[in-house]
Ligand binder design. Structure first.
Ligand SMILES: Nc1ncnc2c1ncn2[C@@H]1O[C@H](COP(=O)(O)OP(=O)(O)OP(=O)(O)O)[C@@H](O)[C@H]1O
Ligand SMILES: [Mg+2]
Length: 365
């Protein structure tokens, strides 16, 4: 696990060609609305498997006035030395993701072996009142940082499930042997998915339980959803039911992450906006501590507009915790004052589609 020391974007959203250097530790990016701060975090978020922090189509990231393809490249400082990773698309295949690791073509899944990333964005402020799917995606991101094969398993499970639903929706009765094969795939991937999620939820619950009631509300964390035991047999029995519903009604794709504010015994969805944000931060910090324990290095955190909804005491506590854990955290905000007590290792300013180290941006004012 690693820190990003250089980052270059080309034709990525509003950034035609941008390049920056960052130190390990807190990286603060400030700039006015629309300057391209979230886009930088999104570019970093594409350096791990998945669709990044906006969950957007790959082609959406191509700069509108650009040639059609885009790329993001980073230098990672790792225990084993420097590693170059990069990803992007070409104009001729705007929906196909290309990945290079140390100059060689690689699969998107293999990015997870180099980099563990977790993000918090303003859209996630509603995570606890959002759909279970949004919470599952958040949980799976946490799991992926600890179990790099988790993402591929979820994809294979989803593919088998989609194919089964397609067959069940057909006009002619589906081949039962083919269906049974898909159900067996769902059961075996499903068991691995549930095991990995349960491992992370249990470990996080343990971390959170051991923490003091500090400025970040202590969360109680549970995984809900059915046990994947006998899933193949239960799916086989439920074919008519699932055909009528148009989707599988059992399986780990129905799991949910249940979070409660421990001190108040209050479900997270009923907590205030700031309390919900504090619960999310507590989970992400517990996760960073867990990844550190298991892998010897914390994940990189992308904290988009993290200071919004946090009072000064919680902001300072957050920056102090990040510094104590030695996390490389990329934090954005429109207002540099929000990071006044933070003492960032790197402070970048975005203006006129250019990135300046903070001091230079000041001089140019
Ligand atoms: N594919 C694209 N091509 C060109 N520009 C784009 C593309 N996608 C988004 N943009 C533009 O990029 C700009 C910067 O967006 P971004 O979300 O990074 O801003 P921000 O600095 O995070 O602003 P805020 O403080 O409002 O969150 C926006 O004006 C947006 O319209
Ligand atoms: Mg933004």
């Amino acid at each position: 696990m690693a820190a990003i020391t250089r980052l270059s974007l080309s034709d990525f959203r509003n950034h035609a060609a941008a390049s920056l250097a960052a130190a390990p530790g807190l990286v603060v990016i400030t700039g006015e609305n629309g300057a391209g701060k979230t886009n930088i975090l999104e570019a970093i978020s594409l350096l791990v498997p998945g669709r990044g922090l906006r969950g957007a189509a790959l082609s959406d990231a191509a700069r509108h006035a650009g040639p059609g393809g885009w790329s993001v490249a980073a230098t990672l400082a790792t225990a084993a030395g420097e590693v170059q990773i990069g990803t992007g698309t070409q104009a001729s295949a705007p929906d196909r993701r290309l990945v290079r690791i140390n100059g060689a073509n690689a699969s998107a899944a293999s990015l997870g072996e180099w980099l563990a990333l977790v993000w918090l964005t303003p859209a996630m402020d509603r995570l606890f009142s959002d759909s279970a799917g949004a919470r599952r995606r958040f949980l799976d991101r946490l799991v992926l940082a600890l179990h790099p094969s988790h993402g591929a398993r979820v994809n294979r499970y989803d593919a088998a499930m989609r194919e089964r639903s397609r067959l069940l929706a057909g006009d002619t009765p589906a081949d039962p042997v083919w269906l049974a094969g898909l159900e067996a795939d769902m059961a075996s991937h499903g068991a691995a998915i549930t095991d990995a999620r349960a491992d992370v939820v249990m470990a996080l619950a343990g971390q959170a339980a051991a923490a003091q009631d500090g400025p970040f509300a202590r969360p109680l964390i549970k995984l809900s959803g059915d046990d994947p035991e006998d899933l193949a047999a239960r799916l086989a029995k439920g074919r008519a039911r699932d055909a009528a519903a148009g989707r599988a009604l059992e399986g780990p794709h129905r799991a949910d992450l249940i979070v409660t504010h421990a001190a108040k015994a209050m479900p997270a969805a009923h907590c205030s906006t700031g309390e919900q944000k504090a619960l999310l931060i507590a989970i992400v910090l517990a996760h960073a501590a867990l990844v550190s324990q298991r892998h010897g290095r914390p994940p990189i955190l992308l904290l988009d507009e993290i200071a919004a909804h946090l009072d000064a005491e919680r902001r300072e506590a957050l920056f102090a915790r990040l510094a104590a854990m030695g996390v490389q955290a990329w934090a954005t905000g429109t207002d540099a004052d929000l990071f006044a007590g933070a003492n960032p290792a790197t402070h970048l300013c975005l203006a006129d589609s250019q990135i300046f180290p903070r001091a230079r941006a000041h001089e140019s004012l």
